[in-house]
Write a protein that binds this ligand. Structure first.
Ligand code: TYM
Length: 335
């Protein structure tokens, strides 16, 4: 029987999971754990590019584990772990950095964006973010990587590094992984501020979190950016309005979307009504997550057990890879 592709993905512990993380990534994780060998981790090494204080880092990591579980990840079906519990990742990262070139790293859009946003902290970790990410992926010899649209270029880099390694050492060792989403296209969930994607660092009020209470969700949605309304029938929707419709696409029924779309097209839409409906649909969608998060937060012992169990399995697999890679490179065996 042919072996099913191995699946791997990760999320940085920047705080709580938002709808972008859910629809871009975690929803796919939950589906894939049913059929594939899956590795899902928390990218805490990656967080160090922004120099978090140790207490915040620890708290945020725990929170993301809780929210992974609340979203439906099952530690008996998928391996859930922390990136920093696999120190072999850092060794593979070192090897990959020897064959990663300044020019290609500097061209990565996320690097350029981050360098613009934090001009006083353009550290080497930021530049080599794609090699660390490649290391995360290929250390588990993954084939499919469920991610949102914003990670597409990083995945392309991973493919380049994996191919380069294979070519350089004339081996067929690393699979060439692919970005994955069930609906063919990778997803980009927009934020509430009228432009761009939903994200934690895009400013207050832009993102809605799985753990958010209904009152706060309603407040944020009602404040979302709109305009004064369409002036011509069937006019193309401006970005801010299209964004609200895109959010409806993931949380509302098709009748609801049709209803507001018709009203938009004949210029009778009331954005207040649209936002009220959207807020209610988000509240109904997030409620079960919200409740599970509250329950899991009280269960420290279970959370620790999940993390330990995942670390053991993920590390054993990673150690095997690094052992093989050391041998391929020409180092002597040490373990
Ligand atoms: P991060 O933590 O920024 O985001 C985690 C996942 O959520 C997706 N995502 C979105 N998808 C659609 N619309 C949005 N608005 C949106 N916002 C976030 C992201 O695409 C991602 O899938 N570099 C990664 C973490 C990482 C990783 C890896 C991922 C480190 N190593 C190895 C996969 C494999 C990151 O910063 O994602």
């Amino acid at each position: 029987m042919e072996k099913k592709p191995t699946v791997l993905s990760g999320i940085r512990p920047t705080g709580n999971l938002h709808l972008g993380n859910y629809f871009g990534a975690v929803r796919n994780f939950v589906k894939m754990q049913e059929t594939n060998e899956c590795y899902f981790f928390i990218a805490d090494y990656h967080m160090l590019t922004t120099h978090p204080n140790p207490k915040d880092l620890q708290g945020n990591v725990r929170q993301v584990i809780i929210e992974y579980l609340a979203a439906g990840l099952d530690p008996d079906k998928a391996t859930l772990y922390l990136q920093s519990d696999i120190p072999e990742t850092a060794e593979l990262y070192l090897f990959l950095n020897m064959n990663a070139y300044l020019g290609e790293l500097e061209r990565v859009t996320t690097f350029k964006e981050k360098a613009r946003k934090q001009p006083d902290n353009i550290n080497a970790g930021l530049l080599t973010y794609p090699t660390l990410m490649a290391s995360d992926i290929i250390i588990q010899r993954a084939h499919l990587v469920p991610v949102g649209k914003d990670q597409e270029q990083n995945l392309e880099m991973t493919r380049t590094f994996a191919r380069r390694f294979n070519r350089m050492y004339k081996v067929d060792y690393f699979p060439i992984p692919k970005a994955f989403n069930f609906d063919d296209e990778l997803v980009k969930i927009p934020g509430l501020d009228g432009s761009g994607k939903m994200g934690k660092s895009e400013g207050e009020g832009n993102a809605i979190f799985l753990c958010e209470d209904p009152k706060s969700i309603r407040k944020k949605v009602m404040r979302a950016v709109t305009d004064s309304g369409p002036e011509q029938m069937n006019q193309e929707k401006p970005e801010a309005i299209q964004n609200l419709f895109s959010l409806m696409e993931v949380v509302s029924s098709s009748e609801t979307i049709q209803f507001f779309d018709d009203h938009y097209n004949n210029c009778t839409i009331r954005y207040g009504d649209l936002k009220k409906q959207l807020a209610e649909d988000i509240v109904s969608f997030t409620r079960p997550f919200y409740e599970r998060i509250q329950e899991l937060s009280a269960n420290d012992e279970y959370i620790s057990r999940v993390i330990n169990q995942g670390a053991e399995k993920a590390r054993a697999n990673a150690m095997k890879t690094v052992r093989d890679v050391r041998e391929i490179i020409g180092f002597r065996k040490i373990y």
